[in-house]
Write a protein that binds this ligand. Structure first.
Ligand SMILES: CC(C)(COP(=O)(O)OP(=O)(O)OC[C@H]1O[C@@H](n2cnc3c(N)ncnc32)[C@H](O)[C@@H]1OP(=O)(O)O)[C@@H](O)C(=O)NCCC(=O)NCCS
Length: 157
């Protein structure tokens, strides 16, 4: 089973991070990493992280390529997983699922996180299946139910 290591985006690895790409057909489904990093620069509630295979643990300079990117937000008692992307070269190897498990583990460590949530664009069946298999269910919060384009899910824990 794939396992991941999450690492801060720094001067050492940000160029690699912004060079990652999803499949052409997936480009409308997630913001570019450069946009996510710009958002994180101005919003201290956002935590952007690069995704590596877990064998990179212990190496100060990663000896393997970055496989993806994720970003969560901590606000109003919610740990919200805002972004998840795996570079097209590394998809379908279990990294997306492993990254979600690792982000959930991290979010559970924050005392202020009382609920873990995420969203995906309606019609993104891969994301829907991935999140629901991990235990996410529809989030019945008023503003989310009314959203035109996105589905909001929460994880009970
Ligand atoms: C969604 C995404 C992160 C999944 O990453 P991944 O590393 O390929 O996913 P995994 O290998 O861990 O597979 C997770 C599940 O999705 C399924 N899956 C992955 N890619 C799929 C595809 N293209 N079509 C159908 N199913 C797919 C796998 O079969 C697996 O199902 P299982 O748990 O029942 O075995 C990746 O496809 C991606 O970056 N997509 C574009 C951005 C996006 O949609 N992000 C999520 C919304 S913000």
């Amino acid at each position: 089973m794939a396992k991941v290591h999450l690492r801060k985006v720094t001067l050492d690895n940000f160029r690699e991070c912004i060079s990652l790409e999803v499949e052409e057909s997936q480009k409308e489904l997630v913001a570019s990493n450069v946009k996510s990093l710009a958002e994180a620069y101005v919003n201290p509630n956002l935590f952007p992280l690069s995704i590596y295979d877990a064998t990179v643990v212990g190496y100060e300079q990663a000896h393997l390529p970055m496989v993806g990117f994720t970003m969560y937000e901590i606000t109003a008692g919610v740990g919200f997983i805002l972004r998840l992307m795996i570079d097209h070269k590394f998809q379908r190897k279990g990294y997306g699922r492993a990254a979600m498990l690792e982000v959930i583990r991290r979010l559970k460590l924050y005392p202020e996180v009382e609920l873990i949530a995420t969203s995906y664009q309606r019609g993104n069946e891969t994301a829907s299946k991935l999140y629901r298999n991990l235990g996410f269910v529809d989030w019945d919060i008023e503003w989310a139910k009314a959203h035109a384009t996105d589905m909001f899910l929460k994880l009970n824990f």
